[in-house]
Design a protein around this ligand. Structure first.
Ligand code: SF4
Ligand code: SF4
Length: 151
């Protein structure tokens, strides 16, 4: 072993160099995004939390055509309806969206003739319980309940 290497080892030069990098980064400005204090820029085409739109009277815009459910590649939408005896139109009785299986492909949103089912840019969809990912119509209309995380 050469003298220079020996001195370097005895005086822990490499360790001191490494620690100096660590200490410098500890006091310098953070370069990573400080979530949740800072929010990411979300692009308009991002497909996140599903929502069902309502009309000006607060009633669902869904006409129970079932197109979203039929076009969903994983079958995570359930539409239940009954026919109105007077108008002969289908009336929505139940709408269920199972987010556990959703691919966020957007087919349901694209096919909907009344622009009712929409995938929003909201990306905070974490839940503690699996059953909370199965959304009924009222939850889809008002949006998922957001979890307040505790340390
Ligand atoms: S986004 Fe795709 S996978 Fe999810 S419900 Fe719509 S069609 Fe189905
Ligand atoms: S495609 Fe639109 S209108 Fe038809 S059942 Fe689905 S959400 Fe309702």
């Amino acid at each position: 072993m050469r003298m220079k290497e020996l001195v370097s080892k005895v005086l822990f030069v490499d360790l001191i160099k490494g620690l100096s990098v660590t200490f410098k980064s500890m006091v310098s400005h953070a370069v990573t995004e400080q979530y949740p204090k800072e929010r990411s820029k979300i692009y308009e085409r991002f497909r996140g939390e599903p929502r069902m739109a309502v009309d000006e009277n607060g009633k669902t815009k869904c006409i129970a055509c079932n197109l979203c459910a039929m076009n969903c590649p994983v079958g995570c939408i359930t539409v239940e309806a009954e026919r109105d005896p007077e108008t002969k139109k289908r009336v929505l009785t139940r709408y269920v969206f199972d987010m556990q299986r959703c691919l966020f492909c957007g087919f349901c949103e694209e096919i909907c003739p009344v622009n009712c089912i929409q995938l929003t840019t909201d990306y905070e969809m974490s839940q503690y319980d699996r059953k909370d990912f199965v959304l009924e119509l009222n939850e889809l209309e008002k949006g998922m309940e957001k979890i307040k995380y505790k340390k």
